[in-house]
Design a protein around this ligand. Sequence first.
Ligand SMILES: Nc1ncnc2c1ncn2[C@@H]1O[C@H](COP(=O)(O)OP(=O)(O)OP(=O)(O)O)[C@@H](O)[C@H]1O
Ligand SMILES: [Mg+2]
Length: 318
Amino acid sequence: MSTEIEWHQNVFVPEHVDSRLIATKLCVEGSIVVQSAILERAHPSTDALGGEQPGPASGDRTKGKRRAKIIAFANQKGGVAKTTTTLNLAVAFRESGHDVLAVDLDPQGNLTMSQGIDPDKVEASMYDVLVEDMPLSDVVAEREIDIAVASIDLAGAEIAMSAKIGRERSLSKAFDEVVGDYDFICIDTPPSLGLLTVNALTAADKVIVPVQCEYLSMRGLVQLQNTLEMIRENLNPRIEIEGILPTMLDSRTVHAKEAVEILEENFGDLVFRSRIRKAIKFAEAPVRGASVLKYDPTGNAAGYYRELAEEVLTGGKT
Ligand SMILES: Nc1ncnc2c1ncn2[C@@H]1O[C@H](COP(=O)(O)OP(=O)(O)OP(=O)(O)O)[C@@H](O)[C@H]1O
Ligand SMILES: [Mg+2]
């Protein structure tokens, strides 16, 4: 039994602990096809993100009336473009006139770095918000979008939070202060299903799951779905998958085409229509401390994320 599953046992699983754990184990080892049956997609409609919609472009809202839609970007597999997607989609929302906060919940601090901020030099970070109850606005830096920064300290947050009552809800509580100030809050998560990711999923309305199109990565969706089920039952009933996003696609290879086909066969409407193709600009932009939309505004790479933003904003049925 993996450490992660033991951890779920401690934190989430209520009376029916045994059957739940057995189910979890079987599903983790089992096939995607079985699991796809329990995945649900947010119903695309004019209400693309469910519930209240963000208002029109900023400036014409009465402060206090709006409530940001909170999207977590999660996949416990590393290197699938969570951070790249969080930043570039956040900036694409901003381009379309929305007020956006991006939250770096990964101790690696890649999102923070990708906006030109050195995580080793920040005075206060999401660690202080989650562990010391510092107001979230105190760790927000203004860049292309507003960004709540991470530092390496965040690596110790899971242990420091573990003794707190309500440890899974620390982020959700911290958002109360800022949720009326933004249209979207985009949370970048680390490559694990530990307490930081659980905080993100507990605070979020929706999850976007970037998937690099190869088999092992898709198997990871099964484990993520089990975590979502537990979150839904115990911590946050409203959490839904907004979409699964095929990333780093090299459509010239047969393998990549097959991988997308398998993804669509198994997850159907859950898979975004937008495709994020491979492009060198994605590696270059963060080095300049910029999104691809700023680094190469007219390039294809920027277009992929503008298209995704459009799909999310319109409910994907354009
Ligand atoms: N479409 C793309 N084409 C080419 N390279 C990409 C693309 N998207 C992301 N990358 C690069 O792939 C690497 C991993 O991306 P990223 O850091 O966004 O993944 P991640 O899921 O956040 O990783 P981690 O799990 O470590 O947090 C980065 O170097 C990034 O620049
Ligand atoms: Mg990352």
